[in-house]
Design a protein around this ligand. Structure first.
Ligand code: PRP
Ligand code: URA
Length: 227
C-alpha cells in the first residue's frame, strides 16, 4: 500500500498483487464484459475489506464448546451505508452487501454530462435526516475518479446530512490526480481509497491510461461513433 501525500494526505492506494493483476485485466481493451465484471469483483473484495477496517467493534462474551470467550462484534450502535454511484458502482455494492449484510444500500444516480463534464443527478433515496449522524459510516463506490465532479456531489449528500467526514470512505478502482486533488480539497478528512493512481486526464476528461468507459465496459453498452 502506498500513500502519496504530495497529492492528498487522505489518499491510500491499495495496490496489492490481486488488485494490480486484475486492474491490468480491466485495462486491456480485448477483455470481454464478462471477464471485466469478474475482475471488478475480485478487486472490489480487496478494496472493500480495506475500506471496512474503520468499522467500530465492541467487546462481548460468547460460550465456545470449551469455555467462555471474550470476543469482538460490530457495534450495533453504528449504521452502515453502502452508496454505489450508478451505473458502474453497482458491482461494488453487490460485493459489499455480501461482506456487510447489515448495511443499508442507498443508490446514487449521477451521470457526467459529456460536454460540460459536470455531474447530473437523476436519483437518490437518502433519508431526510439521520437520528445520530456521528454513528453513520458511509462507503461511496464508483470505479472511476476522473475530474472528481461525481465524487464531490455524492460525498456532499452525506456531509450535508451531518455525517462526519472521517466516517466517509470513497472507493474507486482507478483515480486521476486531478480528481483526487479536487475531492481532497473539498473534503480533507474523508478517506480516499483507490486501486491505482493513473497519470492524468485527456482533453475529454478520460483517465489515461485508464480503462475507457467503466459503465459501458461493465454493461456491454459501448456504441460505435454515431450510433
Ligand atoms: C463515470 C464514472 C463516474 C464518473 C467519473 O460515470 O462511473 O461516475 O464518470 O467522472 P468524474 O470524476 O469526471 O465525475 P458516467 O458519467 O459515465 O455514468 P455511467 O456509470 O452511468 O456510465
Ligand atoms: N468515466 C469513465 O468511465 N472513464 C473515465 O476514464 C473517466 C470517466
Amino acid at each position: 500500500m502506498t500513500s502519496p501525500s504530495e497529492i492528498a494526505s487522505n489518499l491510500l492506494i491499495c495496490n496489492t498483487p490481486i488488485v494490480s493483476h486484475n486492474i491490468s485485466v480491466l485495462r486491456d481493451k480485448n477483455t470481454s464484459p464478462e471477464m471485466f465484471r469478474a475482475a471488478v469483483r475480485r478487486i472490489s473484495q480487496v478494496l472493500i475489506n480495506r475500506a471496512f477496517e474503520n468499522i467500530p467493534l465492541k467487546k462481548t462474551n460468547v460460550e465456545t464448546p470449551l469455555m467462555p470467550a471474550e470476543t469482538e462484534v460490530i457495534d450495533q450502535k453504528a449504521e452502515f451505508i453502502i452508496a454505489p454511484i450508478l451505473r458502474a458502482g453497482l458491482i461494488f455494492s453487490e460485493v459489499a452487501m455480501d461482506i456487510l449484510p447489515l448495511a443499508k444500500v442507498h443508490h446514487i444516480g449521477l451521470y457526467r454530462d459529456e460536454e460540460t463534464l459536470k455531474p447530473v443527478s437523476y436519483y437518490n433515496n437518502l433519508p431526510k435526516n439521520f437520528v445520530s449522524p456521528s454513528d453513520v459510516y458511509v462507503y461511496v463506490f464508483d470505479p472511476m475518479l476522473a475530474t472528481g465532479g461525481s465524487a464531490v456531489a455524492a460525498v456532499q449528500l452525506f456531509t450535508t446530512l451531518g455525517v462526519p467526514e472521517e466516517n466517509i470512505t470513497f472507493v474507486s478502482l482507478i483515480s486521476a490526480p486531478e480528481g483526487v486533488s479536487r475531492l481532497s480539497k473539498s473534503f480533507g478528512r474523508i478517506n480516499i481509497l483507490t486501486g491505482s493512481l493513473d497519470s492524468h486526464l485527456n482533453d475529454i476528461g478520460y483517465i489515461l491510461p485508464g480503462l475507457g468507459d467503466a459503465g459501458d465496459r461493465t454493461f456491454n453498452t459501448h456504441r460505435p461513433a454515431g450510433a
